[in-house]
Design a protein around this ligand. Structure first.
Ligand code: CMC
Length: 430
């Protein structure tokens, strides 16, 4: 079979270069440009890395045009319907669905690591009472490198695996503790008789004065949302984790950086922004006004929860969450006018030429907040909820990178500043 290549001709020098085409198992073919600078002296310019692959990965496949998302080959719809979050975590980390014994063993390991050092609670106590929980989450996860110094050798597969399990296990504990700090409640320790989402709900909402019963509808809904958020290939926060990891930094530092990246409203912070936006719109009669604002190029307002770098079709996760919204509200016996508002907004936007031409569809964040709200989770905790699910993706991608040969991540730039000029002493400056 002939190797596919692209031949590039430099019109100024007449030199040509054959660029190999690298094909993955699925997805668009990719041009390997690593010889471009050494041979022809050019860099490539790709702001926002819209057409640049930074790594090879076996973990997650997205076809943005078709609206397809698969973890390790399994369609997200099947995993959402039939799997559980910890089983998906195992799949993402180790590549295959676990056997019954492997599943039990993995669940036991995660459960074993749910507690945090008591000094972590002291550390959280040092934050201002209304600190955003994402600030607490990134700070506390970074601090864990100081708690687990004996197991930080990134070249040791056992240390890597232990750090991965610790972060998956402790993220809900820390997120819930951040909420309790805001509420002024005493810390709630994990209960290992509960499963992953049940345990989180217990740590969030139980108070010493009363018995707390986990609502199974709430636990099931959370498990689904964690599955849907678990990984999304090289998104901004995961790329951040990989970039920091490429320096050899410890995994807690990498994930703390990922949490910070997730916080932005263009990324995971959008779920909080969606609910704030829906509250601000307030009534179906004002939807048109906000759609108009979103289209106005002189107005920085964007329709939060709409659009995606990769999906130019319906985000498959949004489809699943929209249905879950209706189911969860019905199961909890609740109604929420914000759901009606969101559906009206979606309908108007999907028919509008501006959104149609730009292929802007609802994304994963558009409906998730309505479920979180129905479960009693406050708006400021929405992005930490995303972080709990995505921790699995971050550590899976970090493990994959750490186990394979890689170079430090180091993009180039187009310099547009001054040419060389002489230093001007202070007394001679105008
Ligand atoms: N409302 C109004 N216009 C939009 C929106 C929006 N939500 N999203 C994109 N556009 C317009 C944008 O102005 C641009 O128009 P033009 O071609 O006239 O300049 C065009 O659509 C393409 O947008 P872009 O900014 O070049 O697209 P991008 O791939 O760089 O950005 C995005 C993707 C998700 C950051 C963006 O769609 C956005 O800001 N959406 C709102 C925030 C959001 O919901 N984020 C969650 C993303 S999904 C979960 C996650 O990743 O965490």
């Amino acid at each position: 079979m002939t190797e596919r290549k692209l031949t590039l001709t430099d019109s100024s020098s007449g030199k040509t270069l054959d660029l190999p085409v690298v094909a993955g198992s699925e997805g668009d073919p990719t041009i390997d440009i690593t010889r471009l600078n050494p041979e022809l002296g050019y860099f490539t310019y790709d702001p926002g890395y819209g057409t640049t692959a930074n790594c090879k990965s076996d973990i997650t496949f997205i076809d943005g045009a078709q609206g397809i998302l698969r973890y390790r080959g399994y369609p997200i719809e099947q995993l959402a319907e039939q799997s559980s979050f910890l089983e998906v975590a195992y799949l993402l980390l180790y590549g295959e669905l676990p056997s019954a014994a492997e599943k039990t063993g993995f669940e036991r390991d995660i459960t074993y690591h749910t507690m945090v050092h008591e000094q972590v609670n002291t550390f959280i106590g040092g934050f201002h009472y209304d600190a955003h929980p994402m600030a607490i989450l990134s700070g506390v996860i970074a601090s864990m490198a100081g708690f687990y110094q004996a197991n930080l050798d990134v070249n040791n597969p056992e240390h890597r695996n232990l750090a991965a399990k610790r972060m998956i296990a402790k993220m809900p504990t820390v997120a819930a503790a951040a909420y309790r700090h805001y509420m002024g409640w005493p810390s709630a320790h994990p209960r290992n008789s509960l499963n992953y989402p049940e345990n989180f709900l217990h740590m969030m909402f139980s108070v010493p004065a009363e018995a707390y019963e986990v609502n199974p509808v709430a636990a099931k809904a959370l498990d689904l949302l964690f599955i849907l958020h678990a990984d999304h290939e090289q998104n901004a926060s995961t790329s951040t984790v990989r970039l920091v990891g490429s320096t050899g930094a410890n995994p807690y530092a990498c994930v703390a950086a990922g949490i910070a990246a997730l916080w932005g409203p263009a990324h995971g912070g959008a779920n909080e922004a969606v609910l704030n936006m829906l509250n601000e719109i307030g009534d179906v009669s004002r939807v048109g006004e906000y759609v108009k604002k979103a289209k106005d190029k002189n107005d920085p307002f964007r329709l939060m929860g709409f659009g995606h770098r990769v999906y130019k079709n319906f985000d498959p996760r949004a489809r699943i969450i929209r249905k879950a919204c209706h189911d969860v509200l019905a199961d909890l016996g609740q109604t929420d006018p914000l759901l009606d508002l969101a559906m009206e907004l979606e309908q108007i936007a999907l028919k509008d030429d501006y959104f149609v031409e730009r292929k802007l569809y609802p994304n994963v964040d558009f409906y998730s907040g309505i479920i979180y709200k129905a479960l009693g989770i406050p708006t400021s905790m929405f992005t930490p909820m995303f972080a709990i699910g995505r921790t699995v993706g971050w550590v899976a991608q970090w493990l994959e990178q750490a186990a394979t040969a890689h170079r430090i991540g180091r993009p180039r730039q187009i310099y547009t500043g001054y040419g060389e000029r002489d230093y001007v002493p202070l007394n001679e400056r105008g």
